[in-house]
Design a protein around this ligand. Structure first.
Ligand code: FES
Length: 121
């Protein structure tokens, strides 16, 4: 069973826009994980910073507005910001993190999987 644990990353929604303006990328470290925030015309998305192909830092790449993707600086593979899947090249999918905006701040979600023991009874 999947659950999402939300962690507040900004106190105000405007702070997110200022931290990562349109067409830009920035990184944050949350609970020891370096996460890339990328802002396209579809909004701000969060994806692991470490490229799933060969480990480059995606934050040194760039946003591709047309495909809502991030482009790795090393081999230029494109990764979907919505699913993390490689849109070009052969690579595993990157881990993506949901974002939600509330009146009191912006939250980053960590998907957690828990056993539902009722299936074992
Ligand atoms: S390290 Fe990112 S595409 Fe190869």
């Amino acid at each position: 069973m999947e659950e999402i644990r939300w962690v507040k990353i900004f106190d105000h929604p405007e702070a997110l826009e200022k931290f990562v303006p349109r067409s830009k990328i920035n990184t944050i470290v949350v609970e020891g994980k370096k996460i890339c925030l990328a802002h396209t015309s579809k909004g701000v998305f969060a994806i692991q910073d470490k490229c799933p192909h060969n480990g480059a830092s995606l934050s040194f790449g760039y946003c591709n507005d047309e495909h809502n993707s991030i482009v790795c600086p090393l081999h230029r593979y494109h990764f979907s910001l919505e699913t993390g899947r490689a849109l070009s090249g052969v690579a595993d999918a990157g881990r993506t993190y949901p974002l939600k905006t509330e009146a009191n701040g912006v939250y980053l979600g960590f998907k957690e999987y828990k056993w539902d023991w009722k299936f074992w009874k």
